[in-house]
Design a protein around this ligand. Structure first.
Ligand code: WT7
Length: 630
């Protein structure tokens, strides 16, 4: 880990939202809200949790046995009761729960009642396949309503879902299926992107070659031509829902029972299966959606993330349904059929809250403000950003051209591991472009040196969380050591892996990862994953991956490769290697640049010094290279 370092603090423009926002916000004033939380932390969470429906109340709000926390112990619940039944039993029965838009203007609309019924049927279908409480179901699907239905159906019966983003390749999928010992895989024939179809089923078939835990594959047909089911383990999604009971009572879950596994890239070749639990996750998702994002049940809310990522879990699916809002979901990408499609959709559906990633915002900037200018975006009330730092230029553009110089922007910092927002600027508080903001009421955050001492404003350090929070991960699946490492890297706190700096007002700016993860278009890619994909090619001896700053994507991946004896650099080989990474890990992990080298810089103990490659590449100071081999 590097030592702490000075960061020049520039006084940028401060944006003050209209006072009306503060009046309607949950928290009228940050300082007093935060103080109130600190004064009685358990009382704070007790009050929030009490807004949801539980079968049994908790005996303790939290039990903290460092580094293991248990939240709402003794309580029983089912998250889908809070997402569905609760609304169906009151006035929201006929309200739209989900609008979905596909290519060629295809649209599907689910009311709460309809979604509830579909979830129950699919849940009964899963039961028919032998899935029960504690089993794992892998969901590898495009962004269609059935993806949401499949997730909720798992939660209904107490099965864990492990959603794998459909952009991952066969080997990444295989690793995740085996890692979680999935009993059933739910997939679709194809996904659609920019007018083309991308087959998913063949990828699943390949991923299943060595996956002994899988009993069945449920396949959703999304095209005119029916899906061809080639083996007797394959089941049609809709047929599975046909001969089953209409009602599926929710499984009664203990607060600390696992709700899902979600894999995230690690600093080693193997991804980490992050475990979230039923009670704490529900409270965290509800709290932040309702009170930080201020999603009310009158809102039409659009988070552009794929449910295959944590952002999709918390802020496409669970959070908004827990608040009884209307979700907007689409398989459309922002540039197809043209660069105005997102703004057209906002106008058409009257979207009130829009949550996206800096990469997308920078792409919108590049194609020009004439696109949003063609549409009426006045329905928008609140904007959000997540995944990587929102640079001031992008903030300003988003504020002016999308938010009409009116909407607060919540730049939300959080992680798969945190399950919910941790840092942002509360609605109504002054916004500082480039700074995400402060710890939200409910969490305690600090910027520290490697010994865990707070560093002063203007000094960079490690971002840490100092107290447990309800939606914190409970475990890294079958890897307690890895879990413990989060809480032991710096003593007495959770180390996030990000570098940060605070200004004199306590606003936090995120400075990127301090470990071997690369944030590409807001997605975490482990250098080790890319490297092991490359060395699995017969021509490659060794590989080192680094992140290289990029104006649109935040970072791109550059790899340095040494070849085995007899192999020679060529454009053809470069293409082949990129293709190989695409096949193994998927398109999101393909290196944009590949350079052949004779040797890689290493420490005396043989560890590749990516830091040195990066400094060289960017023309920066090489830093401390005393451990360099030669
Ligand atoms: C990492 C977590 C949480 C959903 C998306 C990614 C980076 C996330 C921000 C932000 C600066 C951010 C961090 C973090 N990150 N949001 N607002 N500003 N950086 O989830 O894949 O678990 O990645 O994304 O580096 O540690 P994830």
């Amino acid at each position: 880990m590097p030592e702490d370092f000075e960061v020049p603090l520039e006084e940028g423009k401060i944006y003050l939202p209209d006072p009306e926002y503060r009046e309607n916000a949950e928290f009228k004033d940050y300082t007093s809200a935060y103080r109130e939380f600190l004064h009685d932390q358990d009382g704070f969470w007790h009050r929030i949790a009490s807004e949801l429906v539980w079968y049994e109340p908790w005996e303790h709000v939290k039990i903290w046995e460092y580094p293991f926390a248990r939240w709402f112990e003794g309580a029983q619940l089912n998250i889908t009761y809070n997402c569905l039944d609760r609304h169906v039993h009151d006035s929201r029965r006929n309200k739209v729960a989900l609008f979905w838009r596909g290519e060629n203007n295809r649209e599907r609309i689910y009311t709460y009642e309809h979604l509830y019924k579909e979830v129950m049927r699919f849940a009964n279908g899963l039961k028919k396949l032998g899935v029960g409480k504690g089993d794992t179901v892998c969901i590898y699907m495009p962004m269609v309503p059935e993806q949401v239905i499949a997730m909720l159906a798992c939660a209904r019966i107490g099965a864990l879902h492990s959603v794998v983003f459909a952009g991952f390749g066969a080997s990444a999928l295989n690793q995740r299926i085996n890692g979680a010992q999935a009993k059933v895989v739910v997939t679709a024939d194809v996904s659609r992107r920019r007018g083309k179809t991308i087959p998913l089923k063949p990828t699943v078939e390949e991923a299943l070659i060595d996956a002994p835990s899988v009993d069945y594959v449920v396949v959703l047909g999304t095209q005119e031509t029916p899906v061809e089911l080639v083996s007797d383990i394959e089941v049609d999604f809709h047929e599975l829902m046909e001969d089953v009971a209409a009602v599926c009572e929710p499984e009664i879950m203990d607060a600390e029972d696992p709700l899902f596994i979600l894999y995230t890239s690690g600093t080693t070749g193997a991804p980490k299966g992050i475990i979230h639990t039923c009670g704490g996750y529900m409270v965290g998702a509800y709290y932040t959606t309702r009170k930080i994002f201020n999603v009310t049940d009158n809102d039409i809310y659009w988070c552009t993330a794929d449910p295959g990522w944590i952002t999709g879990h918390t802020y496409v699916v669970y959070g908004p349904l827990l608040t009884g809002a209307t979700i907007f979901l689409t398989e459309l990408t922002p540039d197809y059929p043209d660069n105005g499609i997102y703004w057209k959709l906002i106008e058409e559906y009257g979207i009130n809250i829009f949550y996206t990633a800096p990469t997308a915002i920078r792409m919108f900037m590049k194609v020009g403000e004439e696109w949003p200018a063609r549409y009426d975006l006045t329905s928008l009330r609140i904007l959000g950003s997540v995944g990587e730092p929102l640079n001031p230029e992008a903030f300003e553009w988003y504020y002016e051209h999308i938010g009409g110089n009116r909407c607060p922007i919540l730049d939300t910092w959080w992680q798969t591991e945190t399950g919910m927002h941790i840092i942002t600027t509360l609605i109504g508080e002054p916004m500082k472009p480039g700074y995400a903001g402060k710890a939200i009421p409910g969490v305690v955050v600090d910027v520290v040196d490697k010994d865990g001492n707070s560093v002063p404003p203007g000094t960079g350090g490690f971002l840490v969380i100092k107290e447990p929070w309800p939606s914190m991960m409970r475990m890294v699946y079958q890897n307690e050591e890895r879990y413990r490492k989060y809480w032991s890297t710096i003593k007495n706190c959770y180390t996030a892996g990000d570098l940060a700096v605070r200004d004199n007002d306590g606003y936090i700016m995120l400075l990127g990862r301090s470990d071997d993860l690369i944030l590409v278009a807001g997605h975490n890619i482990g250098t080790a994953e890319v490297e092991s994909a490359l060395v699995s090619h017969k021509a490659v001896a060794e590989a080192a991956a680094i992140g290289k700053p990029n104006a649109i994507k935040g970072n791109i991946i550059k790899v340095f490769v040494t070849l085995v004896e007899g192999a020679h650099p060529s454009d053809r080989l470069t293409q082949e290697l990129k293709y190989h990474v695409r096949q193994t890990l998927g398109p999101i992990a393909v290196p944009a640049e590949l350079e052949y080298v004779d040797t890689l810089p290493k420490t005396r103990s043989g560890k590749i010094m990516r830091r040195v490659l990066k400094a060289q590449e960017l023309g920066m100071d090489l830093g401390d290279i005393s451990t360099l081999e030669e």
